[in-house]
Design a protein around this ligand. Structure first.
Ligand code: ATP
Ligand code: MG
Length: 397
C-alpha cells in the first residue's frame, strides 16, 4: 500500500481497516496496536469467542477457506496479515488478488513445511540441525545412522512440541513413523543445547529490515516458559550472528512483515556439536512470536507495532529497548479450579505488566496470558520475576 494512503487514513476523515487471518492472542495484540494508531480492525476466525474477534470492529466468522468469508475480509480491509502459520496459504494467495497481503502466501507456505523451511535455511547459508526428509519407506530405510539419536517431527502442523517423537534406534524411528501414520516427516539429529534464543525482524516492502534485541528462551515441556532480554543474556558476538542470520532468512524470501527466527546455541564441549559452528537455526514463524511479547513493555516499538507498520506501509525504525525485561508465560495450569491466580499479589510488585488474552477456559498448556517484568537493573528484574513466579506457582529458573 502506498504510504501516502496510510498517512491520509491515520487520523484522517476516512476509516481505514487492517485485516488479520486468525483471531488468537497474536491477532488480538495486533488489533490493539492497530487501534492505538487509529486503524479499524477486521478478524476472520470461525470461533465466536476468539480473543481478537471480540475486540475488533469486524469479526467474520467463517472457515479460513470459505470464499464468502475471504471476499468479505478483502472488502472491508485495506491490507491483510496473518497471526498463525497454519492459515491455508492459498487463502492468502486468494486475498492477494485484490489486497496487499503481508507476509505473502509463498513465505507462509515455507514456514508451514519443515522440509521446505530447512531447504530455505540451507539456501540462505544458515546452518540448521542435520536432517533427513522422510516421506517414503525407502527414505526411512536409507536414513543415515549419524542422525540418531534424533527427533522425528511431522513436516506440517506441529506446534508447542506436538507431532514430535524422540527416537534412539532405527527400530524406534520406524515405529515412531508408523505411529505418525506415515505422514511426511523430518528427522533431525538431537543436538546438545546450551541454550535457545530467537530474533524478531521486521522487513518493509521497500526492503528496509529492523530487529528487536535477541531473546533468550527457556522451554518447558516443548512450550516457551521464560524469555529474558537484557545486555549480557547472550555473548554479543553470538547475538550479532543470530541477527544477521535472521535478516538473511527474511531477505532470502523477500519477506514483508514480522518474522521470528528461533535458534539453538550448542554446547560445544559435546562431540555431537562438532562442525556446526555453535549456532543453528531451528525454525521460523511468519508473524510476531510469544518470545517477542516483552517488547510491548520494554521497547519503544513493539513487535505488534512493527507488524502494523509493515502492513500499512509506514516507516520502520530500529526499535530501542529501554528496560531490561523478562517475560513469564501464563499457561492454564496456573489457574486454580474455578478461580484465578492471585493477580493482586503479582501486581503489587513494581515493574509487572499483566497481559491476559480474554480466554474463558483455562486448560493445561493453553496460553492464557503473559507477565512482563521491567526494571532499572537486570538483578532487580530477575528478583521480581522470581517472586512473581513463586506467587503464581511457576518453577524457578
Ligand atoms: P513451536 O512452534 O511452538 O516453537 P514446535 O512444536 O515447532 O514448537 P520445535 O521448535 O521444533 O517445536 O521444538 C520444540 C523444542 O524441542 C525446542 O524448542 C527444543 O527445546 C527441543 N528441540 C527441538 N529440536 C531439537 C533438536 N534437534 N535437538 C535438541 N532439542 C531440540
Ligand atoms: Mg519452536
Amino acid at each position: 500500500m502506498a504510504s501516502e494512503r496510510a498517512a491520509t487514513a491515520l487520523g484522517g476523515s476516512k476509516e481505514m481497516t487492517l485485516g488479520v487471518m486468525g483471531g488468537g492472542q497474536l491477532g488480538r495484540m495486533f488489533a490493539h496496536a492497530a487501534q492505538q494508531m487509529g486503524f479499524f480492525t477486521a478478524v476472520l476466525d470461525p470461533d465466536t469467542h476468539s480473543p481478537a474477534g471480540r475486540i475488533s470492529h469486524h469479526h467474520i466468522q467463517t472457515a479460513y477457506t470459505d470464499p464468502t468469508g475471504l471476499a468479505r475480509l478483502a472488502e472491508v480491509s485495506a491490507a491483510i496479515t496473518t497471526e498463525f502459520e497454519n492459515v491455508p496459504a492459498q487463502a492468502l494467495t486468494q486475498l492477494a488478488q485484490s489486497r496487499p497481503v503481508a507476509p505473502s502466501g509463498a513465505a507462509v507456505a515455507i514456514a508451514q513445511d519443515r522440509a521446505a523451511e530447512k531447504a530455505h535455511f540451507v539456501a540462505c547459508g544458515v546452518p540448521c540441525a542435520p536432517y533427513a526428509v522422510i516421506e517414503t519407506a525407502e527414505q526411512l530405510a536409507a536414513v543415515d545412522a549419524n542422525l540418531l539419536p534424533g527427533i522425528l517431527k511431522t513436516a506440517r502442523m506441529g506446534y508447542d512440541g506436538k507431532g514430535q517423537v524422540r527416537v534412539k534406534t532405527p527400530a524406534e524411528l520406524a515405529a515412531a513413523w508408523a505411529d505418525l501414520q506415515g505422514v511426511p516427516c523430518v528427522l533431525e539429529k538431537m543436538l546438545p543445547l546450551a541454550l535457545e534464543c530467537s530474533v524478531i525482524v521486521a522487513r518493509g516492502a521497500d526492503g528496509r529490515c529492523v530487529n528487536l534485541p535477541v531473546q533468550r528462551n527457556l522451554h518447558r515441556d516443548g512450550i516457551l516458559a521464560v524469555t529474558e532480554v537484557y545486555e549480557g543474556n547472550l555473548p554479543p558476538a553470538l547475538a550479532a550472528r543470530a541477527v544477521a542470520a535472521a535478516k538473511s532468512i527474511a531477505e532470502g524470501v523477500q519477506y514483508v512483515g514480522v518474522l521470528c527466527v528461533e535458534f539453538f546455541v550448542l554446547d560445544e564441549s559435546n562431540p555431537a556439536a562438532a562442525g556446526l559452528g555453535g549456532l543453528v537455526v531451528n525454525e521460523m514463524a511468519p508473524r510476531p512470536h510469544n518470545s517477542g511479547h516483552y517488547s510491548m513493555d520494554a521497547c519503544d516499538v513493539s513487535q505488534f507495532d512493527l507488524q502494523v507498520r509493515t502492513l500499512a506501509g509506514l516507516p520502520l525504525v530500529q526499535p530501542r529497548q529501554h528496560s531490561p525485561a523478562l517475560m513469564l508465560n501464563l499457561l492454564g495450569d496456573l489457574w486454580p479450579e474455578g478461580g484465578v491466580p492471585d493477580w493482586a499479589a503479582v501486581l503489587a510488585l513494581p515493574g509487572t505488566h499483566l497481559h491476559l488474552y480474554g480466554k474463558l477456559d483455562a486448560k493445561p498448556g493453553r496460553k492464557m496470558g503473559h507477565l512482563n517484568i521491567t526494571g532499572a537493573t537486570v538483578d532487580g528484574v530477575r528478583a521480581t520475576a522470581l517472586e512473581a513466579a513463586r506467587i503464581l506457582g511457576i518453577a524457578a529458573f
